[in-house]
Design a protein around this ligand. Sequence first.
Ligand SMILES: [Zn+2]
Length: 133
Amino acid sequence: MHELSIAMSILDMAEEEAGRRRAEVDAIYVKLGALSGIAKEALLSAYDLARTETTLETARLVIEEVPVMIFCPRCKAPRGVHSIQQLCCSECETPSSEILQGRELQVVALERPPGIQRPEAPHRESWKVEKTF
Ligand SMILES: [Zn+2]
């Protein structure tokens, strides 16, 4: 199961980072592109399965879905698309192969549990990982 191995790599990354920072993790923030090939619901249920018996058992996975943006050669501007099957500009219908966003599956931030923040430690610590599938 593809999503399960992705969920496990997300957990591995978060555990490693939490260990390095000696911090507890309350939430893992992920950006999921519409073209990543991963469905949000599938990733959430895989995550629920994968996190049991890890140190991140209580950490939430927060998924932000990222819509596809292309660079339209005719409008000369970033544009949305009507459908992810046909990457055409939503304004003028010109096809584009220049995808600006929408392919990512990226861990963008870790959140500490509330109540233990100190002024010197920001509430949200983030690190960035890009995975290509
Ligand atoms: Zn256009």
